[in-house]
Design a protein around this ligand. Structure first.
Ligand code: NAD
Length: 298
């Protein structure tokens, strides 16, 4: 069993660390927020006072943090996790961050003789609790081979996407499809409403025809057709609109950096930005249907 440092014990990191404990690993955790530390301690994580303490003598250090600048700081600060770890330690960053920061984290780790993976996740808080996350990993074959058994304790599907940053690239490309497709499905239901077409009938046709997609069949943005979707539960997240906005922002940063034309991705980002700015960032991202419907003429 491994000795694992875990930095960032929030909505995702807390239950992920708990699953590592359940799998029999010794988990030393750190978070700047007391409530996160207390919840993790109740799940069997040994809480330490500094991130560096979690990294000392660890076999692997996992980070689950809000942003690229925070990951870089936690890695490289004088009291950060890289200077504290012994050579050969595996660093796995599961946060969703910009590709440049992910690559910088790899370079920092390599510069100190460590192995590294970027391994962002899909599956949300429900998947983190149930241990059914999908991991998209970037890094060397050696790092992936070492990291895979640890990721398997927290997820069901682990895909090695390529070298440094490939996991983040896969994550933001996937979520750009998701953001665009949710808006597309929502516009179709808004149009169906105004054409007097029954929502269930549209679902019955499109879910088995060429309009089929995950936003429709698994996460339908109108109440009724898919009972488990947030639309049937007051649009409680699920996956909050603010997080969708974050991921679309990362995709647009990457598109700008690479000169990629992503007109619909940009439009989707703007639509979610307006939605979040009008006070809906905490709702599930499928609640965009309500905004689209409300903006349409009666
Ligand atoms: P969160 O805000 O609940 O958790 C982040 C935690 O990091 C917080 O507890 C915070 O106190 C801690 N933290 C911040 N700075 C720190 C520092 N310097 N040292 C130690 N701890 C620090 O967020 P979350 O929902 O758990 O998301 C974490 C990451 O996972 C994000 O990158 C997010 O985009 C990604 N993600 C989230 C979801 C989701 O549904 N929530 C899904 C997929 C990916």
């Amino acid at each position: 069993m491994a000795r694992i440092g875990f930095i960032g014990l929030g909505n995702m990191g807390g239950p992920m660390a708990a699953n590592l404990v359940r799998a029999g690993h010794a988990v030393l955790g750190f978070d700047t927020v007391p409530a996160a530390r207390e919840a993790a301690a109740a799940a069997g994580v040994t809480i330490v006072e500094l991130a560096a303490e979690a990294a000392r003598d660890a076999d692997a250090v996992i980070t689950m943090l809000p942003s690229g600048p925070i990951v870089r700081a936690v890695y490289e600060a004088a009291d950060g996790i890289l200077p504290a770890a012994r050579a050969g330690t595996l660093f796995i960053d599961c946060s969703t961050i910009d590709v440049d920061s992910a690559r910088a984290a790899h370079a920092m780790a390599a510069g100190r003789g460590m192995l590294a993976l970027d391994a962002p996740v899909s599956g949300g808080v429900g998947g983190a609790s149930a241990g059914t996350l999908t991991f998209m990993a970037g890094g060397s074959a050696e790092a992936f081979e070492r990291g895979e058994p640890l990721l398997a304790a927290m997820g069901r599907r682990i895909v090695h996407c390529g070298g440094a940053g490939a996991g983040q690239a896969a994550k933001i490309c996937n979520n750009m499809i998701l953001g665009i497709s949710m808006i597309a499905v929502s516009e179709a239901f808004a149009l169906a409403d105004r054409l007097g077409l029954d929502r269930q009938k549209l679902f019955d046709v499109a879910s088995t025809a060429s309009g089929q997609c995950w936003s429709l069949t698994s996460y339908c943005p109108v109440p009724g057709p898919v009972p488990a979707s947030p639309a049937n539960h007051e649009y409680r997240p699920g996956f909050a609109a603010a997080l969708m906005l974050k991921d679309l922002g990362l995709a647009m940063e990457a598109a700008a950096a690479t000169g990629t034309e992503t007109a619909l991705g940009r439009h989707a980002r703007d639509i979610y930005a307006a939605f979040a700015e009008s006070g809906h960032g905490g709702e599930d991202f499928s609640a965009i249907f309500r905004a689209i419907s409300a903006a349409s003429k009666p």
